[in-house]
Design a protein around this ligand. Structure first.
Ligand code: ZN
Length: 477
C-alpha cells in the first residue's frame, strides 16, 4: 500500500486471498492523509402520500411492470432469433423508440431514469440467473413476467430524491409527506418506493458516507452469546433474554383473520379488506421482532468490546419440527444485525464454527459429553461441576471467541500499523500475513490447521472435511 495523501482521494480494494471461504471487499480512500472507508446505509420511512400522489406511485409502479415485461419479452425474442443476448444499452435505445410510438407514448409522462433502472434490474436478474446456473443450483430462477395481481407495486429512482424537513422531494411527483422518525446521515444515492401488503407506501433510501476505518481497541469486556428457543439468548455474563415468540402469540388472531379471509368471495371488496387485515397482523409480528432484535444487538455491540456467537445452521433447523419456532426467533436477522453494527461501532465480532461443541463441552475441565441430547437442560460433569446447558454453552463460546481473537492478534503482532501509520484491524493484519508472510495463498487445509487446531477438526462426521471446511472455521468481522 502506498500513501496517496498528496494526490487526494483514491480507492484501493483490499482483497483477501481467494482460497479463504469468505471475501472482504471494502473501499478505502484517503482524504487529507486520513484513511476513510465508505459505508452504505439504508433508511426506511413510511410515506403519507396524498390521493393524487398515491395514484402517481401506482402509475410509476405500473410503468415499471410494463417495461420489465416488454424488455424481458424483447430479450427472449432476440435470443430465439439470433442466439445472442440483448444488452442493457441496446434495450435503452429501443426503450426510447418505444416511447415515441403513439400507443406507448404514456411512458413519456413517467420518470425516464426510473424506467431505465428497470432495465438495469432486469439485467442483474439475468446475471443472478447465470450465476446460479454456473454454480449448479437447483433453483435457477429465470426472470419471470410480472403480473399485476402478484407483483408488489414498487419502483426505483436512482437519484434526485432529497429530504426536505418531513417531506421527500420526488422527481415528477413533488413533495411527499413522510414520517421521518430518524435523521439521515450521508449523501442520498437511490430510493426505492414500495407498497407493502398492508397498503402503506414506504421509501427505502440508500445513503453513502465516509467513516474512519475499524481500529483495534483493547478488549476489556467480552461476551459469549448462545442463541436458542427456550430463551432467545443466554449471555456468558449469566443474563437470560426470554424468547417473546411473537408469531405464536399472534397466531390466534392470525387464525381468525385468515378464516375471515377464506370466507370472502374471491374478487370482492370485502376480500381485499380481509387480506389487508391478515397482512397487517404479519407486519406487526415482523415489526415487533425487528424492534426487539435491533435493541438487543445494539445493546450488545455498545457494551462489549468483543462479542462471540455461534454459527447456526438456520436453514437446516427450519426444516425440522422446529420449523415455526426457528424463523420466529429471527437468529439469522440477529446475526446480520450484529455483523454490520460491529463493523460500524469498532466492536469485534467472532462467529464460532458450526461444529464447535459449545453445549457438550464442560466449561470447567474441557471434557466433551457426547451423550448430551437437545432435551437435557442441566447436566453434571464427572469432574463434579453442575451445568446449566445454555449458560455453559455461552461461556464456552466466549472462551473460544477470546482464544480465536488472541490467535488473530498474534498472527500479525509485528505489523500494527500500515504504510500510512494508521492503525489497522486484525483481519487486515492477517491478510498481510497471508499475502506477504508466506508469499502465496494458503490452502483451506493449511488454514484449518492455522486457525482452528484441536478439537473441532476431529469432530466432523464422515469424510466431507474438505467440502464442509467453512463450517469448521471461525469468522472474524
Ligand atoms: Zn468437567
Amino acid at each position: 500500500m502506498e500513501t496517496t495523501a498528496q494526490t487526494g482521494a483514491r480507492t484501493i480494494d483490499i482483497l483477501i486471498g481467494l482460497s479463504l471461504p469468505f471475501r472482504i471487499r471494502k473501499r478505502y480512500s484517503w482524504y487529507n492523509g486520513i484513511m476513510q472507508r465508505t459505508i452504505q446505509t439504508t433508511y426506511r420511512y413510511r410515506l403519507a402520500p396524498t390521493a393524487a400522489q398515491e395514484q402517481m406511485f401506482n402509475r410509476f409502479a405500473g410503468a415499471r411492470r410494463f417495461v420489465w415485461n416488454w424488455a424481458l419479452n424483447r430479450k427472449r425474442e432476440h435470443f430465439q432469433q439470433t442466439g445472442k443476448m440483448l444488452g442493457f444499452s441496446a434495450l435503452c435505445v429501443e426503450l426510447t423508440r418505444l416511447k415515441q410510438q403513439p400507443a406507448t407514448s404514456w411512458l413519456c409522462q413517467m420518470h425516464a431514469q426510473s424506467l431505465q433502472q428497470t432495465l438495469r434490474d432486469l439485467d442483474s436478474a439475468y446475471q443472478h440467473f447465470f450465476r446460479r446456473v454456473r454454480k449448479g443450483e437447483t433453483k435457477k430462477g429465470f426472470p419471470q413476467f410480472k403480473s399485476k395481481k402478484t407483483d408488489t407495486p414498487r419502483f426505483r429512482v436512482p437519484q434526485d430524491v432529497r429530504i426536505d424537513g418531513s417531506f421527500f422531494s420526488v422527481p415528477k411527483i413533488g413533495l411527499v409527506k413522510a414520517i421521518v422518525h430518524r435523521p439521515i446521515e450521508g449523501t442520498t444515492k437511490s430510493a426505492t418506493f414500495k407498497r407493502e401488503a398492508c397498503g402503506h407506501w414506504y421509501i427505502s433510501l440508500v445513503t453513502e458516507r465516509q467513516i474512519a476505518p475499524k481500529v483495534d481497541r483493547p478488549i476489556q469486556t467480552h461476551v459469549g452469546v448462545d442463541v436458542g428457543l427456550k430463551s432467545l439468548a443466554v449471555l456468558s455474563t449469566g443474563q437470560t433474554i426470554d424468547n417473546p415468540r411473537w408469531y405464536r402469540v399472534q397466531s390466534r388472531k392470525l387464525r381468525r383473520a385468515q378464516k375471515a379471509l377464506s370466507r370472502k368471495v374471491i374478487g370482492s371488496c370485502n376480500r381485499g379488506k380481509a387480506r389487508v387485515g391478515v397482512a397487517r397482523l404479519h407486519q406487526k409480528t415482523r415489526n415487533q421482532r425487528n424492534d426487539f432484535l435491533h435493541k438487543l444487538s445494539t445493546d450488545l455491540i455498545r457494551h462489549f468490546d468483543l462479542v462471540s456467537i455461534e454459527d447456526l445452521n438456520v436453514k437446516g433447523l427450519a426444516k425440522t419440527k422446529l420449523s415455526k419456532s426457528v424463523p420466529d426467533a429471527g437468529w439469522a436477522t440477529f446475526r446480520a444485525m450484529l455483523t454490520y453494527k460491529a463493523d460500524r461501532n469498532n466492536t469485534h465480532l467472532i462467529v464460532i464454527g458450526r461444529f464447535f461443541p459449545s453445549s457438550k463441552t464442560c466449561g470447567a475441565c474441557g471434557l466433551i459429553n457426547a451423550d448430551l441430547t437437545r432435551a437435557d437442560r442441566d447436566w453434571t460433569c464427572p469432574c463434579g461441576v453442575a451445568h446449566d446447558r445454555d449458560l455453559n454453552a455461552a461461556r464456552n463460546i466466549d472462551k473460544e471467541g477470546a482464544r480465536f481473537f488472541e490467535q488473530i492478534v498474534a498472527a500479525g503482532h509485528a505489523e500494527t500499523q500500515n504504510a500510512c501509520g494508521d492503525p489497522i484491524s486484525p483481519i487486515e493484519r492477517l491478510a498481510q500475513v497471508v499475502e506477504t508472510g508466506s508469499r502465496r495463498l494458503m490452502s483451506i487445509k493449511e488454514l484449518i490447521g492455522y486457525w482452528s487446531p484441536g478439537t473441532h477438526t476431529q469432530r466432523v462426521p464422515g469424510a466431507g472435511l474438505r467440502d464442509r471446511s467453512h463450517e469448521l472455521m471461525n469468522f472474524y468481522y
